[in-house]
Design a protein around this ligand. Structure first.
Ligand SMILES: Cc1cc2nc3c(=O)[nH]c(=O)nc-3n(C[C@H](O)[C@H](O)[C@H](O)COP(=O)(O)O)c2cc1C
Length: 158
């Protein structure tokens, strides 16, 4: 039995603010994705990034076989987009505007920035996978404030 209470873990870790991304890929030609706050930059040479994904994630299970994904960094005006991708369900892209990156992964309209990746490695991380991607393309969409998640809610930078 763990000595750390789950609710306490969430409450304490909620004091670490994160940006919000949508990690998106394709499954049999269909776009899939989930909201991810655990995104991190990892290595410049070679260019690697990563994120942690729950082992129960339906979207990750669906996109992993394609071997590529795009990390979409959300702006402060994209809280509604985050809510769509933070809820498990079919066809999250029904109300979302998007185009394809070179890898074929979904690039969501109006994101602050995007990082198109080929899947490099997947490591074990308890009840999560630690996913590492090799960057194959990236760019800034537009300048603006990021969407920030802090203490269980959305927050502004200032
Ligand atoms: C701000 C925010 C950040 C999140 N970060 C992560 C994360 O880093 N990893 C993860 O697995 N789930 C994260 N989630 C939860 C998933 O987005 C959520 O469980 C989603 O329903 C998974 O969808 P799926 O079952 O289609 O994969 C986050 C949710 C929110 C609102």
């Amino acid at each position: 039995m763990s000595a750390i209470d789950q609710a306490h873990y969430r409450q304490v870790l909620g004091h670490f603010p994160t940006g919000v991304t949508v990690v998106a890929g394709v499954a049999d030609g269909t776009p899939v994705g989930l909201a991810v706050g655990s995104f991190f930059s990892l290595s410049i040479e070679p260019p690697l990034v990563g994120f942690c994904v729950g082992k129960s994630s339906n979207s990750w299970k669906a996109m992993e076989p394609s071997g590529s994904f795009c990390v979409n960094i959300l702006g402060s005006d994209q809280e509604d987009v985050c809510r769509v991708f933070a809820t498990s369900g079919d066809d999250k892209f029904a109300t979302i505007g998007w185009t394809k990156t070179e890898s074929g992964s979904p690039l969501i309209n109006d994101v602050l920035a995007w990082i198109d990746c080929d899947l490099e490695t997947v490591h074990d991380g308890g009840d999560h996978h630690i996913v590492v991607g090799r960057v194959r393309g990236m760019d800034v969409g537009h300048e603006g404030d990021p969407l920030v998640f802090f203490r269980g809610g959305y927050a502004q930078l200032d």
